[in-house]
Design a protein around this ligand. Structure first.
Ligand code: SF4
Length: 903
């Protein structure tokens, strides 16, 4: 049986056929024109750089098993053999001469930079004993796992529930929680899964063709849609590469996007360009009529009339006033959306949603257009992500924990999506708890979060932070302040299951330690993955199993049993046991497909690295369910249908959740004035809005620091400023700008351009890495800095620029760039949205040409002001007055027992 490739063969798609993956021969390019054959063994895995989880093929030297390069995997349903620049650049990360290869324990004071090499066994003994003590003494909430890059479906949920702790913390509230809440209120499902390949009109509130969520898989499909005739509109104050190829660029004032979208929705309504049948059948309009008009049996026509009235204010002219986008353009785009019928695909994830106070209403307003056009779950429309994402099932699940951790879900944020992770230092300073053991997993809170000095203060404080364990493949700014640095594998050095909603299908893919797989292919036995990886780099699966046995060596705590083999009673679980069980029992269709090839499901996944479970997954809400079997559904058209994952099972235009949880004025999709609304910005006083969130296509947060190719391409993050604004300030490209935030300032160079809206600045968040000591950090990108204390605050100052360094990689003596960028996030206060909990990234700043005493890269922060700003935003919340901490139906990662939702 031959498995079909997902990329048709062609000039640019000459992938090796799988029957030759065991011994693939290519001529050595370095020896050309001599024809010297090189033999490879090819093992599939998954990229670990962004969340898209694209497939990779690792080419290992057949003799030495050294990884020589990474290319795309044509059998991966999401990426279909293609990658962005960051995929193949994984080879730099694997071969980085500065990576951490052995477990390290600090030997001086925290942050002093003194380390000793320790064994895995002694690290496990120490950490395990401390966790056990915390559990024994009922201090379970003092154990916390804080994840930056996730990417292992359900695995950590299981580990943390087995330990009985409420300890899952995430980076979601500095990333996507606003958009998630907007979608969740409509659909239950908290992410959009657009189908642009089949759309007639595509609207992006992001830079999806060059970066962004599920970037490469989505970009491929947006281009397919465009090539098939779809029109593309992009809403972005910045003329991104994506906006530059759009049919319509709508450069909105930051935060005005919901006003524009609602004006489009109103146009669809008044011009009768909406799908009446779909809205009548699938929207909870009766709830709106009852709650807002006191009518129990209103007609649908009366509802439409009331809706037009409700949005009467949102004329295109009003939206123009708010956004600066011409009314005619707003109307023109709205009509094109209407003409697209139910083939309207759209997407917002970060950008406008994550930048603004009330940004969650941007997602809600965008989804309103999807609903009005009847494009929910259709071919060419936008699907709920849960239809397209696979979640594994295990042989047994620990029961939900009986804890509620106020450091994660404080009472002020009952609707937050999800943990208030970026507030941790402030919540601990408020006296709401301390931590005994804190794991950071591919997470760099000091650098990534706003108000990084608060994090440095917390991580240094041994009373508040008992033990900080950094699980990271490379140095980062938070690892400097760790007690242990435990090197975990990169994309080709670990196992994980990943599935993402990249299109209207469902797939599962398998990240693998490729050297281990290659060794096993040739009959070598490998007990633990660190035996096959470089140095003693391990993988988290085996680490968590081993640590759980250390916490509960005799099984008395009831933890160990969850980490015993489902096949050999009482024996330690192995990675083969784990994946064998998942692939044999929870992936529909995989056992049959594997059998056709004479393979077990695990062998199939080790061979191909991915499996397509379903394709063309459309209109699942229409499926009939059998209520006699206890299946939940909703009556529509005389039949009980699956519907959506909301309390009403319908699309919730009117959110009774918002009304009941203290925010009745926002129960409908609406427009909230952002903290950077024009009424708060006085251009005559030098005020600007800073957009600090955009990604570069060739960098990814803090994970690409040790990739030399990517750093050669992109190594600085100048401030985009419009030509007119620059002229007014007397600034040219390259001049230093002094950008003052509410708690301090930073100094960066100007890049004068027409590609940004006047009054707005933009600065990419991907660069500005730093290190305190020459040998702690990536010298490809990080600048040596010092922190200087002044009475009024603390200043970070660059003390050495980037330069060449000696290493086993000859390229380290060829570094020609000296600038690594500026760490702008350090100068930002926390700005938690009172409803979604999202950190509102955009900043109101004042800008001037830098005074003489400023130096490039300076960042100054007044910590007392950062506390003031936190308390001011906290005061905007409305804590619940009822018995519950959070609505039971709303998602929560690692959900505790239901009784824990009660105060
Ligand atoms: S989009 Fe690029 S960085 Fe993200 S997973 Fe795919 S190849 Fe890797």
């Amino acid at each position: 049986m031959k498995i079909p490739r997902l990329t048709p063969p062609g000039k640019l798609t000459s992938y090796p056929p799988p029957e030759k993956w065991d011994d693939w021969v290519e001529y050595d390019p370095k020896r050309w024109p001599e024809r010297v054959p090189r033999h490879y063994t090819i093992v599939p895995t998954i990229c670990f750089n962004c969340e898209a989880a694209c497939g990779l093929l690792a080419y290992l030297d057949k003799e030495t098993l050294e990884v020589r390069k990474f290319e795309g995997n044509p059998y991966h349903p999401g990426s279909r053999g293609k990658n962005c620049a960051k995929g193949p650049a994984t080879i730099n990360q694997v071969k980085d001469p500065e990576r951490i290869l052995y477990p390290l324990k600090r030997s001086g004071a925290r942050g002093e930079g003194k380390w000793e090499r320790v064994s895995w066994e002694s690290a496990l003994d120490d950490i395990g004993a401390r966790i056990r003590k915390a559990i024994d003494e009922d201090r379970r909430n003092e154990v916390m796992y804080h994840v930056g890059r996730p990417g292992h479906e359900r695995h950590m949920d299981r580990v943390l529930q087995a330990w009985g702790i409420d300890g899952h913390n995430s980076h979601t509230n500095i990333c996507s929680s606003a958009a998630r809440l907007g979608y969740a209120l409509w659909l239950g499902s908290d992410r959009p899964s657009p189908d642009p390949a089949h759309a007639r009109f595509i609207l992006l509130l992001s830079a999806h063709l060059e970066s962004g969520h599920y970037f490469n898989p989505h970009a491929q499909r947006i281009l397919e849609g465009k090539l098939s005739g779809a029109k593309l509109a992009v809403m972005d104050p910045r003329l991104s590469n994506t906006a530059s190829v759009a049919d319509e660029w709508l450069p909105t004032w930051p935060g005005s996007e919901a006003a524009v979208l609602l004006a489009m929705a109103r146009t669809l309504l008044v011009e009768n360009l909406f799908d009446r049948d779909f809205v009548r059948d699938w929207v909870n309009w009766q709830d709106y009529m009852k709650a807002c008009h006191g009518e129990d049996d209103a007609s649908f026509d009366a509802f439409i009339e009331a809706l037009v009235e409700h949005y009467a204010e949102f004329t295109p002219e009003f939206a123009e006033k708010e956004s600066g986008v011409p009314a005619e353009q707003i109307t023109r785009v709205a009509r094109q959306i209407g003409a697209a019928g139910n083939r309207f695909a759209s997407h917002v994830w970060r950008g406008a949603a994550s930048g603004n106070l009330g940004g969650w209403q941007v997602a809600r307003a965008l989804q309103f257009l999807t609903v009005l056009t009847g494009s929910v779950g259709t071919k060419g429309g936008t699907l709920p992500h849960s239809w397209n994402k696979f979640k594994p099932e295990f042989w047994e699940d620990p029961k939900p924990h009986e804890q509620w951790n106020e450091l994660l879900f404080p009472k002020e944020y009952p609707l937050s999506h999800f943990e208030m992770g970026f507030l941790l230092p402030h919540l601990i300073l408020d006296g709401r708890g301390r931590l005994e053991v804190y794991f950071t997993r591919v997470h760099n809170p000091v650098w990534t979060n706003p108000d990084g000095l608060a994090w440095m203060e917390l991580l240094r404080d041994e009373k508040k932070m008992g033990l900080h364990v950094a699980l990271t493949p490379t140095w980062n700014e938070s690892a400097f302040f760790a007690d242990y640095i435990l090197p975990m594998g990169l994309a080709s050095e670990r196992h994980d299951i990943q599935s993402q909603e990249t299109h209207a299908g469902k797939w599962v893919s398998f990240r693998q330690p490729v050297a281990r797989v290659a060794m096993e292919r040739r009959g070598q036995k490998v007990e633990l993955t660190h035996e096959a990886n470089p140095g003693e780099v391990w993988e988290e699966d085996e680490f968590w199993i081993a640590l759980s046995w250390k916490i509960d060596p005799d099984g008395a705590l009831g933890i160990r049993k969850h980490f015993e083999s489902p096949y050999r009673k009482g024996e330690k679980l192995t990675v083969d046991d784990y994946y064998r069980h998942v692939f044999e029992n929870s992936v529909p269709g995989l056992p049959e497909k594997a059998k056709e090839e004479g393979l077990t499901p695990l062998q199939y996944m080790r061979k191909y690295g991915a499996f397509e479970i379903e394709n063309n997954v459309y209109e699942l809400y229409q499926r009939e369910v059998d209520s006699s079997k206890g299946e939940d559904g909703v009556e529509v058209g005389g039949k009980t249908r699956r519907g959506f994952e909301t309390p009403s099972k319908k699309l919730e235009l009117y959110s009774s959740t918002l009304a009941e949880w203290g925010w009745p004025e926002y129960a409908m999709p609406g427009y909230i004035h952002s903290h950077v609304h024009p009424s708060n910005i006085d251009g005559s006083k030098g005020d600007f809005v800073l957009i600090p969130t955009f990604r570069l296509p060739t960098q990814i947060h803090t994970r690409s620091a040790n990739s030399k190719w990517l750093n050669e391409i992109s190594h600085r993050n100048p401030i985009w400023i419009h030509t007119g604004d620059a002229k007014r300030l007397g600034v040219s490209t390259g001049d230093l700008l002094h950008v003052a935030t509410e708690i301090g300032y930073f100094v960066n160079r100007a890049w004068v351009t027409e590609a940004i809206k006047p009054g707005i600045l933009a600065c990419s968040h991907d660069l500005g890495r730093w290190r305190l000591k020459p040998d702690e950090g990536s010298r490809w990108t990080s600048t040596i800095v010092r922190f200087e204390d002044y009475g009024s605050g603390t200043r970070l100052r660059h003390v050495e620029t980037l330069s060449t360094f000696p290493s086993s990689d000859p390229d380290s003596s060829r570094i020609w760039w000296s600038d690594g960028g500026v760490h702008q996030n350090l100068a930002f206060p926390v700005q938690p949205d009172p409803i979604s909990g999202m950190h509102c990234w955009h900043q109101k700043v004042t800008v001037q040409k830098a005074p003489r005493e400023d130096r490039y890269g300076d960042v100054f922060v007044d910590r007392s002001k950062s506390r003031e700003v936190y308390h001011r935003w906290l005061a905007q919340t409305r804590p619940p007055t009822g018995k519950l901490r959070r609505p039971l139906w709303l998602g929560r990662p690692v959900k505790p027992a239901l009784k824990m939702f009660e105060f």
